[in-house]
Design a protein around this ligand. Structure first.
Ligand code: GMT
Length: 379
């Protein structure tokens, strides 16, 4: 068990490209930087987990594909690994990101251990664990149970807190701790990156997402077809996944010369600094980490005003927000920012200041530390 000042923290998340895994990775990195010991427990090394940082460890979960099982099981081996790591390293708490199946596994791990070794369990909901799976009768009751057995539950926006109470009928307290982003120094200059992308003086729009259906790439492409301006512009899609399935539609719409795709980029800062305007067309976002990442580089976004997005950027102040599905309005907003460098710089400057004030590591990580210390009580 850790000293009162520094804690031993297990973090479980999905290691693949996705907002919850990214947030969990950067949180782990920041906690270790502040002196805590951080143990990532997952089936793979989280995508943005720091390579060789002090006080950061990774414990892989082995998954067996027993013949008897039609579907491989992850929840039980995960819970066994969580219990094992807790016992061996004296973890104070398990912080799980995304409820399914991580919160259930953590509760089980805690129950497997003798009372004096039991870790506290903190569950952070990120979005579709409430907005999609929470509504599924095959998952909802299990999520609700895991939340009621957690020592603390957080959501990444007020929107998601309200939805969790409404959808899952949760009666226990839920704390909102916003996502954060701490940009690293870009490795290349803006000019070098733009040159490598084949750009001249085009205004560069940026869309970054994992391309899941909720991101509504169809609406993104439709919006692109509606931006009519004499100012040259292109769209860079930073795809967390395979963009190939969208290429036929890109061609059908005649957008092949307007769109540049980069898949599974790790040095995102290089590209963020090269972008001028973000473009996000999701039908649901509990927060939208990609929008925040753009804000950190003074890049204002044109976005749908869904879910928690209005808590991240404020319309006409630090971004432009329009109703979901309104491709005409989104295109008009993008056209305005393409044509008006002064508006870009005003909204971008405010976006950067807002990101620093509300969504930086210094603003957010102490909130998690305070929560951990509270649930760990006198430890
Ligand atoms: O992609 C993920 O890892 C999780 C995903 C989801 O669907 O739950 O993303 C959510 O978590 C991100 C980090 O907190 C948020 O920025 C995203 O807005 C949120 N996605 C949705 O709500 C659709």
């Amino acid at each position: 068990m850790a000293s009162a000042q520094f804690l031993k923290i297990g973090i479980t998340c999905y290691p693949s490209v996705g907002g919850s895994g990214i947030l969990a990775s950067i949180l782990g990195e920041e906690l270790a930087r502040r002196g805590h010991e951080v143990h990532f427990i997952s089936y793979g090394r989280p995508f943005r987990m720091p390579a060789e940082a002090p006080r950061v460890y990774f414990h892989p979960v082995e998954i067996n594909d027993y013949e008897l099982f039609k579907y491989p099981d992850y929840t039980l081996p995960l819970s066994v690994k969580m219990a094992e790591v807790t016992r061996e390293h004296g973890l104070d708490l398990l912080h799980v990101h995304y409820a399914v199946p991580h919160a259930t596994a953590a509760i089980l791990a805690r129950d497997m251990l003798p009372t004096d070794l039991q870790p506290k369990v903190v569950t952070t909901l990120h979005g579709t664990d409430t907005t999609l799976l929470g509504r599924d009768p095959g998952y909802g009751p299990a999520i609700r149970h895991a939340l009621s057995c957690s020592d603390a539950v957080t959501t990444v926006s007020n929107f998601l807190r309200r939805e969790t109470i409404r959808v899952l009928k949760v009666e226990r307290p839920i704390e909102v701790i916003y996502n954060f982003f701490e940009p690293k120094e870009p490795k290349r200059s803006r000019e070098a990156v733009r040159k490598a992308l084949g750009l001249g003086d085009e205004v560069l729009l940026l869309h970054a997402s994992n391309l899941r259906p909720v991101k509504r790439i169809d609406l993104l492409l439709e919006t692109m077809t509606k931006i009519v301006t004499p100012v040259p512009f292109k769209l860079l899609v930073m795809a967390g996944g395979d963009f190939a399935p969208f290429l036929p539609e890109v061609q059908r719409l005649g957008l092949e010369n307007r769109i540049i795709v980069r898949e599974n980029v790790t040095e995102i800062e290089d590209y963020l600094q090269a972008a001028d305007v973000g473009l996000f067309t999701s039908e649901m976002e509990s927060f939208c980490l990609s929008l925040l990442e753009a804000m950190c580089f003074g890049c204002p976004s044109v976005s749908t005003a869904v879910g928690g997005i209005p808590e991240v950027a404020v319309h006409e102040e630090s971004g432009l927000l329009y109703p979901f599905g309104d491709a005409d309005a989104l295109a008009a907003g993008a056209k305005r920012l393409i044509e008006e460098p002064a508006s870009r710089s005003r909204l971008g400057g405010a976006a950067k200041a807002r990101a620093k004030q509300l969504f930086s590591a210094d603003a957010i990580v102490p909130q998690y530390e305070a929560l951990y210390r509270r649930v760990c009580g006198s430890r």
